[in-house]
Design a protein around this ligand. Sequence first.
Ligand SMILES: Nc1nc2c(ncn2[C@@H]2O[C@H](COP(=O)(O)OP(=O)(O)OP(=O)(O)O)[C@@H](O)[C@H]2O)c(=O)[nH]1
Ligand SMILES: [K+]
Ligand SMILES: [Mg+2]
Length: 346
Amino acid sequence: MGIVEKIKEIEDEMARTQKNKATEYHLGLLKAKLARYRAQLLEPTGKSSGGGTGFDVQKSGDARVALIGFPSVGKSTLLSKCTHTQSECAAYEFTTLTAIPGVLEYEGARIQLLDLPGIVEGASQGRGRGRQVVATAKTADLILIMLDATKSDEQRRLLEIELDAVGIRLNKQKPDVVFKRKTTGGITINKTVPLTRTDEKTIRSILASYKLHNCDVMIREDITTDEFIDVLIGTRKYVPCLYVYNKIDAISLEQMDKFAREDHTVVISCELGLNLDYLIERIWEELGLVKVYTKKRGAHPDLADPICLRKGATVEGVCNGIHRSLAANFRYALVWVSAERLRLLD
Ligand SMILES: Nc1nc2c(ncn2[C@@H]2O[C@H](COP(=O)(O)OP(=O)(O)OP(=O)(O)O)[C@@H](O)[C@H]2O)c(=O)[nH]1
Ligand SMILES: [K+]
Ligand SMILES: [Mg+2]
């Protein structure tokens, strides 16, 4: 039996199993098994099962933003409107067949906007080019889930499922759990909060199913069973995401208003150029780029030419932004930060 069939079998069993206190433990084990097979499917160690790699487009600029959506929602139209790159747009599905990078210039930053082929349900399981698309999404600093405002809101949930299946966690923080392997000493579980969404027995059995018999687990957050499995698997990507509803020129004002009020959401019309400036502002905010200006002693910095870094950047990162060889011989840096920035960094 192939991995895809095995996954199907477990999913069927999970669907058949009623969710209650008595089955919670068994479901936890099934989830762990499922996560293991999915990881095998997507991150093969050997060459045999293929897949798992994205499109061969080099990262460039200060950050990468990937456009994910069903066919014909307007991904290519957006790229063509916001960058100097033209990506073919047409009324038929699957117009775009590969990754097309464009550059979004804003506030001195160069952001790579990546137009991708449309995906369909089942993309993560290897249907169409979907697997390549979702693998590429994993390399992004921000994901734009693009939706057709005239179509059912079901699209959003389906896309979330596909991204979740490849280990992408949208708008979530990494669970606050410290996990340490040891060679002896058995399993120690410490928690600083009461667990209401999973329990110690489930956690112990999941550890056993991963053949982990010696380790320290420190839990500092009321995690779910799924979140614990994420910690164990360790290759999850926590990526910020904006939901972009396009084609608002074709819906009612009431409907548009409803979408616009949702969290992490921007409504636009590529065709009429509505709200695109606001979308770019929001992209900038979500990326949380920090601008660093270099200057010579006694001179003013050139404010037109910043080095842009992601939050959590280091002086070493700045050195690497200037030249690869700089960090090796680096001695010290004088850093000026505005009082407001300093508060944010704290
Ligand atoms: N009404 C309306 N139509 C739009 C808008 N933006 C794009 N379209 C139309 O939607 C169709 C699909 O646009 P594309 O940009 O090719 O869509 P895509 O998501 O790149 O599609 P694939 O590459 O096939 O996945 C085209 O006919 C566009 O003219 C919009 O804001 N409003
Ligand atoms: K299209
Ligand atoms: Mg396209």
